[in-house]
Design a protein around this ligand. Structure first.
Ligand code: DLL
Length: 433
């Protein structure tokens, strides 16, 4: 059963009528309140009253990250700061941060979207939800906090880090649901095994994971080690944080998009033309109900596809697939396109290693060199250098056979790669830019 049946189970006709109305309100709002958008809309020949049908979406201008960083911090804000009740921001590891302002009404809508997400993962009033997403400027912690609080379950706001304490609280409080990044889930699972308190033996039954790419291989690893069902959820600071899309625990095969709040399109990142349902491309999102900083056709750089099929959970909301990569994290290795996620899924087929890895790309003379550091399981490492060399070769051959690239594999000693407490860093590209 959905949290908000009216919108989550709406017929397509009703939904599209609603989307068009909200979209046009947003266009008028931006035209009136945000000078850079007025210019964009004028340049595209769009009138303040908006468009006649959703098919005309393609005539609307795109928004890209540079529009946000170029107008940092408040240039795209559509309301005076006295109406802004919360400011989040992205970490800004690759330059200036991105601002995420909310009006009181935006916060309310975010809570609604997050309540849908937490509910869809199967969390109910009687659950104890340990929220190990980072609390702070990052939207993960506060977003899940608000949604879980709205559901009425018992929220334990541990934030991320202090892993041993997480595990002790999990045991003492009888945590039944956990939220964090998937890489941190693995860190917790591993530490819990080390201190003789495997998560499997505790009461946790469901995980709400997101904020970074993860493969199906990683999902089964987490599910096996924690003895839980793992759900995926997606969002981004630019569109208000998590709550854009979420998996239902019934199907766990794609994330329902909160379409009454976000219009989703898939485009070819080169031609910028829309792609049909089922085809992979760049996800483009338009926020139609936000007021502090709604964005039109934001190019997320995330690569996925959309499907609109009957879902066993009863929701009619379109689903987006797992993010297979970002247009900006695709590595080109001697002409071959490589997504880190492809390597991650292949590692699951090698029982001698953990899914703990680091990719380092270097330039050697004119050639690109992909170094893969991956952690050996203890018994393999202790078997000595011959065994280690044999497994490294096995991984290289396996990747070469499937992806067509040579990889320099280094088997690292157990527990030597840095463990993630938030978003894992999996790639270091040392090639000169
Ligand atoms: O990561 C918001 C979030 C918090 C989502 C908690 C889910 C759970 P940012 O820090 O702005 O916001 O990063 C957004 O992270 O464009 C994707 O590339 C990536 N990302 C987010 N969720 C997923 C996911 C939050 N489920 C960027 N799968 C996005 C893959 C994801 N990548």
């Amino acid at each position: 059963m959905a949290w908000n049946k009216e919108f989550e189970c709406m017929s397509l006709d009703d939904l599209q009528r609603f989307q068009l109305k909200k979209l046009n309100e947003t266009i008028s709002w931006l035209y009136e309140k945000v000078p850079p958008y007025r210019k964009k809309l004028d340049d595209a020949g769009i009138k303040p009253e908006g468009i006649k049908s959703l098919e005309k979406m393609q005539e609307l201008p795109f928004t890209v990250k540079a529009d946000l960083t170029g107008n940092y911090p408040f240039g795209l804000c559509a309301v005076p700061l006295k109406e802004v009740v919360r400011l989040h921001a992205s970490s800004g590891t690759t330059g200036k941060p991105v601002t995420g302002p909310y009006t009181a009404d935006d916060l309310e809508q975010w809570t609604e979207c997050m309540a849908r997400l937490v509910w869809a993962a199967g969390v109910r009033e009687e659950d104890i939800f340990q929220n190990a997403f980072g609390h702070g400027l990052f939207t993960g912690g506060m977003g899940h906090h608000q949604g879980a609080t709205r559901i009425g379950c018992t929220v334990v706001p541990t934030s991320s880090g202090m892993t041993e304490r997480q595990i002790l609280l999990m045991k003492d409080f009888g945590t039944t649901a956990i939220g964090c990044t998937p890489s941190y889930a693995l860190t917790i699972a591993e530490r819990a095994e080390e201190i003789g308190m495997p998560v499997k033996d505790l009461r946790v039954r469901v995980g709400l994971f997101g904020a970074e790419p993860w493969t199906l291989a990683m999902r089964s690893e987490i599910e096996e080690r924690m003895g839980i069902k793992a759900t995926n959820n997606y969002g981004l600071t630019e569109l208000g944080g998590p709550g854009v899309a979420f998996e239902c625990v019934e199907a766990r095969d794609g994330m329902h998009i909160n379409e009454d709040h976000f219009i989703a399109e898939i485009i070819d990142p080169i031609t910028l033309q829309p792609l049909p349902l089922g085809e992979k491309g760049e996800l483009v999102l338009t926020a139609v109900q936000r007021r502090a900083m709604p964005l039109l056709r934001f190019r997320t750089k995330d690569i996925t596809s959309l499907t609109r099929e009957k879902c066993p959970c009863g929701r009619t909301l379109v689903k987006m697939g797992r993010i297979v990569g970002r247009t900006d994290d695709m590595l080109i290795i001697n002409g071959v396109n490589v997504f880190p996620s492809q390597i991650e899924s292949l590692l699951k087929d090698i029982p001698e290693v953990e899914i703990q890895y680091l990719i380092v790309v270097r330039k050697k003379k004119h050639l690109d060199e992909l170094n893969l550091k991956v952690e050996a399981r203890r018994e393999v490492y202790e078997a000595g250098p011959e065994k280690i060399a044999e497994i490294a070769k096995k991984i290289d051959d396996y990747i070469k056979g499937i992806m067509g690239i040579r990889v320099l594999v280094e088997l690292a000693a157990p527990k030597t790669l840095k463990r993630s407490e938030g978003k894992a860093v999996r790639v270091i590209d040392e090639r000169p830019k």
